[in-house]
Design a protein around this ligand. Structure first.
Ligand SMILES: N[C@@H](CCC(=O)N[C@@H](CS)C(=O)NCC(=O)O)C(=O)O
Length: 208
């Protein structure tokens, strides 16, 4: 049995979305961010030494890191390759590329958020510009594409969803019409909407 340890208002949401799209059976344990710090509660630290969400248990395997979970779930449960490009194609390499970019976007978002709160001195402009750097790259790539790798919804879209949803609160959405369209397209999928039913949590990232 699969168990997803899910933190409210977090990148856990994208893993629950993938589980719903795959149609696999899973249990969810919901944790709530501490109001005073917005960090995860200590109970989550019991599940994995990094103490961050999400954590995925599948049989005897325990994984942290959302992108590792995406690759694991596609490998085990995406038998018809609905969300996995064919191996040894450019689409597969782009899929791997965008998985990596999504991880870098986390750092960019975090830096951008910190730059709003603290004075980074001579590094202020650099830190503040990081979100826009990645957003411009995604925006241009989505021009004429339905999903980030083309017409197929892939694991890379699950990976990118959260940093884009989070980052949209740090930029002017009007500057990124393709990203706004793409995020709406994700959020209107029935499988995505089931996550809120299953967890009792909708993503509310405005206060970050
Ligand atoms: N690279 C990790 C990021 C994990 C992470 O930073 N999770 C955040 C939520 S998006 C978290 O648990 N924050 C609460 C905390 O650090 O206490 C992943 O992709 O899973």
């Amino acid at each position: 049995m699969i168990k997803l340890h899910y933190l409210n208002n977090s990148c856990s949401h994208r893993i629950a979305w993938l589980l719903e799209e795959l149609g696999v059976d899973y249990d969810v344990a919901v944790y709530r961010r501490l109001p005073e710090t917005n960090l995860a509660p200590d109970e989550l630290k019991v599940q994995h030494p990094l103490g961050k969400a999400p954590v995925l248990q599948d049989g005897t395997l325990t994984l942290a890191e959302g992108n590792a979970m995406i690759l694991h779930l596609l490998d085990r449960y995406d038998d018809e390759c609905r969300f996995t490009p064919e191996a040894q194609t450019d689409a597969y390499s782009e899929f791997v590329y965008w998985l990596s970019v999504s991880a870098s976007m986390f750092s960019a978002n975090l830096l951008g958020m910190m730059a709003e709160k603290f004075d980074f001195g001579p590094y202020g402009d650099y830190a503040a510009g990081q979100v826009a750097l990645y957003f411009n790259h995604v925006e241009q790539t989505l021009n004429g594409r339905t999903w980030i790798v083309g017409e197929q919804l892939t694991g890379a879209d699950f990976a990118l969803s959260f940093p884009l949803q989070w980052g949209l609160n740090q930029v002017n959405p009007a500057d990124y019409p393709n990203i706004v369209r793409y995020v709406k397209q994700i959020e209107s999928r029935p499988a995505y909407q089931k996550v809120a039913e299953k967890t009792g949590c909708a993503l509310e990232l405005g206060g970050f």
